[in-house]
Design a protein around this ligand. Structure first.
Ligand code: NDP
Ligand code: DGY
Length: 328
C-alpha cells in the first residue's frame, strides 16, 4: 500500500490480539509502529506516534481529540477503534477532516450480553457477598432470610437502549420468566416484538421496572441520564445494571441511592473513571458490584475484534470498503 510511492504509516496504540497484528504485518507497503505495551499509551507518546500516520488503530481508552488529529496531520485517512463504542473519538473534528472511522459492532454483542446477564444475576442474588461470607467465616448456618435477593421470574425488566446489545440481553433474560420487558430510547424498534418489548417513556420504565439495564451508547443526551431524579423514581427493591459507559451514570447520586436504601443494588461493568480508584465510595458498599469493564472479554471475541479492526484499517488505507465503517 503506497501513498504517492511511499509506505503507508500506521500507528497502533497498544498490543492487540495476534489475529489483528498478523493481518497488519502481512499488509504489503504498510509500515506499522506499535505502542508495545498492555498499558495505555501516554498522551505525549500518542502525539509522537501519530505524526504523519495514514492510519490509526486505537482503543476506547485513547481520547482522539483535535490535538491528536492535528499531531497526525493531513495524511490521516482512517481511524479504526477496537470497540463498538466511539464516545472517545471527537467525531465532529474527525468529520471536518474527512477521516473514515472503523469500529467493531456485532462481533462482541453475544459476549457483552452474556456478561451483563451474569452481572445482573450476581448483583440481584448477591453472589460476591455470598462468596465473601464463605471465606470469612460469616456462614454460620442456613438461615431463612440470610443473603436473600431478587429473582427474575415474574419480574419487569427495563432496558435503556434496545440496540444490538440491549436486544441480545433481552433475548437472554426472557427465558428466566420475565413477565414484562419495557424499553426506552429515541425510537421504537420493530425487532422489539421478538421479546414482547413495550416501548415506554423513560419515566415509566424507571418507576415500573424491577431490573433496569443500561445498554445505550454514551451521547450528550445520555450523559448523566441516571441521576438523583432517576434513582428517586426507582422502586426500593429494584436492581440497576450498567454495561454501557460509566458517564451515563451520576456516581455520587448512585452512591446516595444505594447507601440510603432508595434502590436495592447496582451492578456496574463500566465506571468513571476507569479504573475506579480503590478508595472510591461505591467500593465500600455491599450492594454494589463493580467489574473492570470486561463485557467483551472472551478470548475469541477479542481475537475477532482485533481482526476486524485491522481489516477496517486496511480498507480505509486502501480507500476501499471497510467491513464495519461508522457512517456519520
Ligand atoms: P447500538 O448502537 O446497537 O445500540 C445503542 C442504543 O442506544 C440504540 O438502541 C439507541 O437507541 C440507544 N440510545 C441512543 N440514545 C439514546 C437515548 N437518548 N436514550 C435511550 N437510548 C438511547 O450499540 P450496541 O448495542 O452495539 O452497543 C451499545 C453500547 O454498549 C456501546 O456504545 C458501548 O458504549 C457499550 N458497550 C460496552 C461494552 C462493555 O464491555 N461493557 C461492550 C460493548 C459495548 P435509538 O436507536 O432509539 O437511539
Ligand atoms: C466497546 O467495544 O465499546 C466495549 O466497551 C469494549 O469492548
Amino acid at each position: 500500500m503506497k501513498a504517492a510511492g511511499k509506505l503507508m504509516k500506521v500507528f497502533v496504540t497498544r498490543r492487540i490480539p495476534q489475529e489483528g497484528m498478523k493481518i497488519l504485518s502481512a499488509a504489503a507497503d504498510c509500515e506499522v509502529s506499535l505502542w508495545d505495551s498492555d498499558e495505555p499509551v501516554p498522551k505525549a507518546e500518542l502525539l509522537k506516534g501519530v505524526q504523519g500516520a495514514h492510519g490509526l488503530l486505537c482503543l476506547l481508552s485513547d481520547k482522539i481529540d483535535a490535538e491528536v488529529l492535528d499531531a497526525a496531520g493531513p495524511n490521516l485517512k482512517v481511524i479504526s477503534t477496537l470497540s463498538v463504542g466511539f464516545d472517545h473519538l471527537a467525531m465532529d473534528e474527525i468529520k471536518k477532516r474527512g477521516i473514515r472511522v472503523g469500529y467493531t459492532p456485532d462481533v462482541l454483542t453475544d459476549a457483552t450480553a452474556e456478561l451483563t446477564v451474569a452481572l445482573l444475576l450476581a448483583t440481584a442474588r448477591r453472589l460476591p457477598e455470598g462468596v465473601e461470607e464463605v471465606k470469612n467465616g460469616g456462614w454460620s448456618s442456613w438461615k431463612p432470610l440470610w443473603l436473600c435477593g431478587y429473582g427474575l421470574s415474574g419480574s419487569t425488566v427495563g432496558v435503556i437502549g434496545l440496540g444490538r446489545i440491549g436486544m441480545a440481553i433481552s433475548q437472554r433474560l426472557m427465558p428466566f420468566g420475565v413477565k414484562r420487558l419495557l424499553y426506552s430510547g429515541r425510537t421504537a424498534k420493530p425487532h422489539a416484538a421478538e421479546v414482547n418489548g413495550e416501548f415506554v417513556p423513560l419515566d415509566t420504565l424507571v418507576s415500573e421496572s424491577d431490573f433496569i439495564v443500561v445498554s445505550c451508547s454514551l451521547t450528550p443526551e445520555t450523559k448523566g441520564l441516571c441521576d438523583k431524579a432517576f434513582f428517586s423514581k426507582m422502586k426500593n427493591t429494584a436492581v440497576f445494571v450498567n454495561s454501557s459507559r460509566g458517564a451515563v451514570v451520576n456516581q455520587e447520586d448512585l452512591y446516595e441511592a444505594l447507601s440510603s436504601g432508595q434502590i436495592a443494588a447496582a451492578g456496574l461493568d463500566v465506571t468513571t473513571p476507569e479504573p475506579l480508584p480503590t478508595n472510591h465510595p461505591l467500593l465500600t458498599l455491599k450492594n454494589c458490584v463493580v467489574l473492570p469493564h470486561i463485557g467483551s472479554a472472551t478470548y475469541s471475541t477479542r481475537g475477532v475484534m482485533s481482526a476486524l479492526s485491522a481489516r477496517n484499517l486496511l480498507g480505509g488505507l486502501q480507500g476501499t470498503e471497510m467491513p464495519s465503517e461508522l457512517t456519520f
